[in-house]
Design a binder for this molecule. Structure first.
Ligand SMILES: [Zn+2]
Length: 435
């Protein structure tokens, strides 16, 4: 067996144990990949027979040519479609759907969140997501996980992290809402802050503790006791104080917001993105477009909560069933998209089991996006949201060698993205299916 054939086997067909050895390879090594089909996400078309070279974890050249012309060792991805590593703009790697309701979280030692985070990070990377924006985790678990992945101690996607969401007393994300008044909530650990002075200090504390962005609750939310998702929480002044402090230090701000009033407050305060936006109105859509604010709309977690878990639920205000509630969220996604608001792919991973992120693509298409638009939302648009468009989001010279391969053409069948057979992050092979 010659070396070239051996490399083909190593990457595409051999069991994971051998692939794991491959994944310990240095990103500094020069590597060459032959891509029989290549999705150019910026041009929006498939190109055939490309030779991709990389060194120091970055793409160094992309040229057309047959594999017979390659003189060095190479990874042969014939029969597959190669595309950029995917980006999920809304994850919670340090949490899991099986960890219970908010009050259950009191029972876990802080280390538990890091331990589940390690397992979830690996699953996410193996699913083809080479970068995530992780928006709220307790006890700076996300900071620790980001750094452990960056050092190569554990496998996972490149992470951009917010620390725990900043929220008001009684607001979304506060586990303490279950507590009787005689108990003391550790407000510092849970980043509960009220008024301009406290939210400014909370933002500064997060920056001191090395977060990459700030997450703030601009409305109530689902899954937290005692909050109303449609109700605004922080005032415009409080939100402005957070945004001012964050932007002064070069950080972006992600606002959790369901209800229309809270969305408008967040937009007027100058946040970078609005997460969920499940009750956005026409004015909110117009304002988001006008101010070039990115929407991160999580259809997969909504479907998981409302339909897959099949909860005995009915919207108490509107008398809607689970299916009607989910359909309303899908319809709004379509309106936001048609309204010209940029949408970055984000799933709220952790609400549903980690690693299933790519199942959201087909929901986005059912809501009105084309397959290419959905893929761009998880590559080019998500990279722009992170301010990392010079490094990630497409396979191009000088950018990180983050790429994945799937069987079939995702522009014709988006669901092929749910079965990624090859993952490379920064020049290191992270996963290859044994099938
Ligand atoms: Zn979330």
């Amino acid at each position: 067996m010659n070396l070239r054939v051996l490399l083909v086997c190593l990457v595409v067909f051999l069991p994971n144990a051998l692939v794991a050895e491959e994944s310990s390879g240095s990103p500094k090594e020069k590597k060459t990949i032959f891509a029989e089909r290549f999705l150019d996400v910026r041009a929006g078309k498939i190109r055939n027979n490309l030779i991709i070279e990389m060194s120091n974890g970055r793409i160094s050249s992309i040229t057309a040519g047959s594999k017979d012309a390659i003189e060095s060792e190479y990874l042969d991805l014939s029969g597959l479609t190669v595309l950029p590593g995917l980006i999920d703009s809304h994850t919670h790697l340090c949490d899991n759907s099986y960890m219970g309701a908010d009050f259950d979280h009191w029972a876990y030692p802080a280390a538990t969140f890091g331990i589940v985070g390690v397992a979830n990070a690996k699953k996410t990377l193996q699913a083809g997501f080479t970068t995530v924006r992780d928006v709220s985790a307790p006890f700076y678990c996300d900071v620790a996980l980001r750094d452990a992945i960056a050092k190569g101690w554990v496998e996972g996607p490149r992470m951009f992290v917010s620390g725990q969401m900043i929220t008001m007393t009684g607001g979304h994300g506060s586990w303490g809402n279950w507590m009787a008044p005689q108990h003391q909530i550790n407000t510092e650990a849970h980043v509960i802050a009220d008024g301009v002075d406290e939210v400014t200090k909370a933002t500064r504390t997060h920056i001191r503790n090395n977060v990459d962005l700030i997450k703030v609750a601009a409305t109530g939310g689902y899954g937290t006791h005692g909050t109303i998702p449609g109700a605004a929480s922080y005032s415009l002044e409080e939100l402005r104080a957070i945004v001012t402090e964050a932007k002064k230090q070069g950080l972006s701000v992600a606002a959790h917001a369901h209800g229309a009033d809270g969305i408008k407050n967040a937009v007027l305060a100058g946040v970078t993105s609005v997460e969920h936006a499940s009750m956005i109105d026409d004015e909110g859509i117009r304002l988001m477009r006008k101010n070039n604010i990115v929407a991160v709309l999580d259809l997969l977690s909504a479907r998981y909560d409302l339909i897959e878990k099949n909860q005995n639920y009915e919207d108490k205000d509107l008398g809607r069933t689970n299916n009607e509630e989910f359909d309303a969220i899908v319809t709004l996604f379509g309106k936001v998209h048609e309204g010209g608001v940029r949408i970055a792919f984000g799933t709220d991973a952790g609400v549903y089991p980690h690693g299933r992120n790519a199942e959201q693509f087909h929901l986005m298409i059912e809501a009105g996006m084309s397959p290419l638009e959905a893929i761009r939302s998880a590559t080019i648009v998500a990279a722009e949201l992170l301010g990392q468009e010079d490094k990630i989001g497409e396979i191009a010279n000088g950018k990180y060698a983050d790429l994945i391969a799937v069987r079939g053409n995702p522009l014709e069948d988006i669901r092929v993205l749910e079965d990624v057979v090859f993952v490379m992050k920064e020049g290191v092979v992270a996963q290859a299916n044994a099938e």
